[in-house]
Design a binder for this molecule. Sequence first.
Ligand SMILES: NC(=O)c1ccc[n+]([C@@H]2O[C@H](COP(=O)([O-])OP(=O)(O)OC[C@H]3O[C@@H](n4cnc5c(N)ncnc54)[C@H](OP(=O)(O)O)[C@@H]3O)[C@@H](O)[C@H]2O)c1
Length: 204
Amino acid sequence: MAKTQYYTATSIDGFTADKSNSLDWLFEVDEGTANPFGEFFAGIGAFAMGATTYEWVLKNDNLLEEPENWHDMYGDVPCWVFTHRDLPPVPDANVFMISGDVRRVHEAMLVAAQGKNVWLAGGGNLVSQFVDLGLLDEIILGIAPAILGEGAPLLRSKLLMDDLILTGVREVGQFAYLTYAVGDVARMGRHLASEAVTRIPSLG
Ligand SMILES: NC(=O)c1ccc[n+]([C@@H]2O[C@H](COP(=O)([O-])OP(=O)(O)OC[C@H]3O[C@@H](n4cnc5c(N)ncnc54)[C@H](OP(=O)(O)O)[C@@H]3O)[C@@H](O)[C@H]2O)c1
C-alpha cells in the first residue's frame, strides 16, 4: 500500500535548517558513496513542500534561471507547494501552488501518485499539519553529525513511543539513517510484535 513519508536530513538535535534557514552545515558532511535519496525518490509519485522550503530550493538551485535543475532532480513527478503568497513557479515544472487544509490536497496527491508513495519534503511547519491529521505513515531521517542549538524544527507535533516504531537503522558516510513507522502503522506493528512474543513458548 502507498505510504506517505517524511524523508529529511536533520541535525542531531532535530533542526532541518539553522536559524538563518541555511543548510551550509549539512552540505559539509560526508554523505558517502551510497546516498539513499535516489532509490527513495524512485518510489515517489507525488510530493509536497512548504513555502519556506520552496523558496530555499528556488534560490539554492537557481531555478528561475536554470529550471532544468528541477527536472534533473524531480523529473515530472507532481509537486504541491503550500503557500498563501503568489510565489513564482519553476518554468515548465509540474508544480502546483495551493493553500488551505492539507487533507484535501493529500487525497489529490494519492490519486496523482497512482499507487506510488507520497513524499512530504518539509519543512516541519507543513509536515506537522499532516501529522496532526494522522496522515503520515513513515519518517526517514538522515541524521548529520551537527548540533545547532536552534533553527527550523523537524516537527512541531508531538509523537511519543506509542506513535512510533523503529523499523530501520543504516549508516551511510557520516549520516545515521533512522526509519520509523508512524501512527496506526506503528501501533499495528507493535500489536503484531507483542502477539508474536506471547506466542513464543516460555523457556522456563
Ligand atoms: N534538512 C533538510 O533536508 C530540509 C528539508 C526540508 C526543509 N528544510 C529547511 O526547513 C526550513 C523551512 O521549514 P519550515 O518548517 O520553517 O517551513 P515550511 O514548512 O517549508 O514552510 C512554511 C510556510 O509554508 C506556508 N504554508 C504552510 N502550511 C500552509 C497551508 N496549509 N496553506 C498555505 N500555506 C501554508 C506558509 O508560508 P506563507 O504563508 O508565507 O506562504 C508557512 O509559513 C527551510 O530553511 C528549509 O531549507 C530542510
